[in-house]
Design a protein around this ligand. Structure first.
Ligand code: PLP
Length: 382
């Protein structure tokens, strides 16, 4: 049996919606499906405003632009994340500052963030790894008291919540990804949630996303012609992508339930190995409602991790690891970090292994992964 690491899932409604776009005759953005998707995101998650973007990366870049980051500013984030989190800050000339993670969730904590705060700290970007929330209540209390802005990198956390409040709606800005590897996808896409009623921010977001023009105001009949009024770029996704995404988001809870079943089966089957200390695995802390984006195990050493990965591959099972921590990657080293500066991040990223988790995985495929993995773990732990 061949088990790929991640297979895109289609609900079956995508093509019909795309055909409808062609019939409607508007393929550029800001049309019928873009409005449906943003209304769905706003009502489902309780966001004040949801703007669609061409990627999660662009949502982060837009957040950094809206925040008007300057070269002297520092932004605290985990080192255990995708480069886009740091690039968004660097593209504004500001400096990413890497904080250590909690070994149970691989998320930054209020304590690790507090240790990095200086008078230059302008923002914090918590990353909700695998759809598990950072301790947002405490983190918001800390940042609010110091006047520091929070931009959530909720790229992996669409439809996940903490204490009943959806991720992406805690900070001033929340950034989603609809990349092909995420739970809900349109191949490449993203969204920024603007959790504010500040008219200056809302108006500026409409301009930045439309190449620095007041085209939105023009379309709404507020100005007679549109022109260049600010900086900006082209962050608006095509209607074709939004039609595809609309089909996916309509099935959001069904997709989440399917992933939950796979996640729970992995957790149940691997629990004996956690109890005997052979591995650690994904945990969902109290208060967190996951979207089950991924499932990982942590082996006792890097060589053991690599060996399990190899032996799974021999059985046709693809597994993966990530991230090369940003602070010890070639780019991060240019900031003067040494690997030992963030020892938990450095250690866990070398021992982590992600198991295949696709929305459409059959029970037989899940059981095939489990029987092979448990056999390998039993042999290695003797
Ligand atoms: C996927 C991801 C991104 C980037 O999203 P894209 O849509 O691929 O640009 C950013 N941050 C994290 C944590 C991600 O997992």
């Amino acid at each position: 049996m061949e088990i790929p690491f991640n297979v895109p899932y289609y609900t079956g409604a995508e093509v019909g919606f795309i055909e409808d776009v062609l019939a409607r005759g508007q393929t550029q953005g800001d049309g019928y499906y873009t409005q449906l998707v943003s209304a769905l995101l706003e009502s489902k998650f309780g966001a004040k405003k949801a703007l669609l973007t061409t990627s999660g990366t662009h949502a982060l870049e837009l957040a950094a632009l809206l925040l008007e980051l300057k070269p002297d500013d520092e932004v605290i984030m985990p080192s255990f994340t995708f480069p886009s989190t740091a690039n968004a800050v660097m593209l504004r000339g500001a400096t990413p500052v890497f904080a250590e993670i909690n070994p149970d969730t691989l998320n930054i904590t209020p304590e690790t963030v507090a240790a990095r705060i200086t008078h230059r700290t302008k923002a914090v970007i918590p990353v909700h790894y695998g759809g598990i929330s950072c301790a947002m209540d405490q983190l918001m209390a800390l940042t609010d008291s110091l006047g520091i802005t929070v931009i959530e990198d909720a790229a992996q956390a669409v439809n996940a919540s903490y204490q009943g409040k959806y991720l992406g709606t805690w900070g001033l800005f929340g950034c989603f990804s609809f990349h092909g590897t995420k739970n809900f996808t349109c191949g490449e896409g993203g969204a920024i949630l603007l959790n504010t009623e500040d008219p200056a921010i809302l108006k500026r977001a409409d301009i930045l996303i439309q190449k620095g023009t007041n085209r939105k105001q023009f379309l709404q009949g507020e100005v007679g012609k549109y022109c260049w009024v600010d900086q900006g770029s082209s962050y608006t996704p095509s209607e074709i992508l939004m039609a595809f995404l609309y089909a996916q988001l309509q099935a959001m809870d069904e997709i989440t339930a399917r992933r939950q079943k796979i996640h729970q089966r992995y957790a149940e089957a691997l629990a004996p190995f956690v109890n005997s200390g052979v591995i650690k695995m994904s945990v969902i802390p109290p208060g967190c409602q996951s979207n089950y984006h991924l499932f990982y195990i942590i082996l006792a050493s890097e060589s053991l991790r690599d060996r399990v990965k190899r032996e799974l591959a021999e059985k046709g099972i693809a597994s993966a690891f990530h991230y090369v921590p940003l602070h010890s990657s070639p780019m991060g080293k240019r900031f003067g970090y040494a690997p030992a500066d963030l020892p938990i991040t450095e250690d866990l990223s070398r021992r982590l292994l992600r198991l295949p988790l696709s929305t459409g995985m059959t029970e037989m495929e899940v059981e095939y992964v489990i029987s092979n993995l448990t056999a390998i773990l039993e042999r290695l732990s003797q």
